[in-house]
Design a protein around this ligand. Structure first.
Ligand code: OOG
Ligand code: NI
Length: 433
């Protein structure tokens, strides 16, 4: 019997979580803490509306080194029903990578298992020193991050896109090899340090056999409580929560993490053992409503002004769903709330909503925020000198490596909203919009 892509993804995410808990025991502590907070909240909630196991991982992240790796990971994630959505330019924050998010697209798939992977790609053109840049590219050109059997299984899928249970098990085992941690670098201590000195992110991407998963992120119902609990349990929480503040109507994405651990590494030339490397951490997230372009512009304006002069603040962002909807700041799905007892006089959407015939519900934001992502990267890399050149966003270069264009998140939310409206009009027997 063929296994659905949603099921393959769920199985993959759970196998990855198990592997990461073994590799980074602190991540197990984080999962326990999150489960307790969610459980507690579940018992408190009168209507018991929170589903069990909501702390199942929502996302993870990897950092790739060369274009071919990105092209192949796209083919691998496709088997898991995950597709590239959005382009994230991190060069604005001085990080030598750009990224996309591989994620499920439909409401149904997201509900079955929402796992997604923030996947960034090194931009060697941002390495300042030409010799070092050439050296990094040379090192990367020699590595193969996918096992031969994994590549073969990807090809089998491409010829016939269904897997039996046995193929799924083998595919998960083989693909996990790509995400595994390797304690021994592929380079000498001297090379490691030269790359580290250019930028810690460059050393993390270039010096290892694979793009080790660098964090996993469960969902927590109360991120404020989680932030305090992390410190209580000896997890070194980052200073502040990224994203919007606590609101009655949560928007976008709030995240926090425990900081990357200093782990022992050995260098390939054997000259030196007991080196130290910081890459891996644990994170938690709380998701709110997806914003329409107009809402997003307002959010970005507030975030920018927070960084500079504080002229606009979150008080200017409406905090009730009715206003957010009316001002076209957020995306909603609509449904018929009551059956009609007579002919309708007013048929426009606002009237149907005001008359209580149609109800609405916010659509959850399923993507990432570049400023927050940059904050997460930076808090885990530590400070020190960096030697990289400034660059601009280069979506075309990224898509060239990916082998396809990235999907537009706004368009995905817009079409979810639209299909719910078509359904509403159909149910009410009205001609559409
Ligand atoms: C990815 C950081 C971005 C998030 O949640 O914003 C991210 C990384 O550190 O590789 O995962
Ligand atoms: Ni993350």
């Amino acid at each position: 019997m063929a296994v659905s892509q949603d099921d393959i993804r769920a199985k993959f995410a759970s196998a990855l979580s198990e592997m990461y808990r073994r590799e980074v025991p602190q991540y197990g502590t984080l999962l326990e803490l999150v489960a307790e907070i969610n459980q507690h909240r579940n018992e408190d909630s009168l209507n018991g509306s929170i589903p069990p196991r909501i702390e199942v991982e929502r996302h993870g992240a990897i950092r790739l080194g060369k274009p071919e790796e990105l092209a192949t990971i796209r083919r691998l994630f496709q088997i898991l029903g995950m597709y590239p959505v959005g382009y994230y330019d991190l060069s604005v924050a001085g990080l030598p990578v750009h990224a996309t998010c591989f994620r499920p697209l439909s409401k149904e798939s997201l509900a079955k298992n929402p796992f997604r992977v923030f996947t960034s790609l090194l931009r060697p053109e941002m390495i300042e020193d030409e010799n070092l840049r050439a050296q990094a590219e040379e090192i990367l050109s020699k590595r193969q991050i996918f096992s031969p059997r994994c590549i073969q299984l990807i090809k089998e899928w491409e010829q016939c896109p269904t897997f039996s249970q046995a193929q799924v098990d083998e595919f998960i085992k083989e693909s996990l090899e790509t995400f595994r941690w390797h304690r021994t670098t592929t380079v000498s201590k001297e090379t490691y340090q030269a790359l580290q000195n250019a930028h810690p992110l460059i050393a993390d991407v270039v010096c290892f056999r694979g793009p080790h998963i660098n964090h996993l992120t469960p969902r927590v119902v109360d991120i404020e409580v989680a932030q305090i609990e992390m410190l209580k349990r000896g997890l070194h929480a980052k200073e502040s929560i990224e994203g919007p503040p606590l609101m009655n109507c949560p928007i976008l994405l709030r995240q926090t993490s425990f900081l990357a651990l200093e782990e022992k590494v050995d260098f390939s030339d054997g000259a030196e053992i007991d080196g130290k490397h910081k890459a891996r951490f644990g994170e938690i997230e709380q998701r709110g409503m997806a914003l329409k372009p107009k809402g997003r512009v307002l959010y970005d304006k507030i975030i920018q002004s927070k960084a500079s002069s504080d002229l606009v603040d979150f008080a200017s962002f409406p905090d009730d769903y009715a206003t957010i909807r009316k001002e076209k700041l957020g995306y909603f799905t609509y449904s018929v709330a009551k059956t009609l007892s007579g002919p309708l006089l007013k048929r426009d959407l606002d009237s149907l909503v005001e008359d209580g015939i149609v109800s609405f519900e916010p659509i959850t934001y399923e993507d990432f925020l570049p400023v927050s992502a940059a904050g997460i990267f930076q808090s885990n890399l530590g400070t020190g000198s960096v030697h990289i050149v400034k660059a601009h966003s280069d979506e075309a270069l990224f898509e060239d490596a990916l082998g396809t264009s990235v999907l537009d998140g706004f368009e995905l939310y817009r079409s979810m909203e639209e299909s719910s409206l078509i359904q509403v009009y159909d149910t009410l027997g009205l001609s559409p919009l």
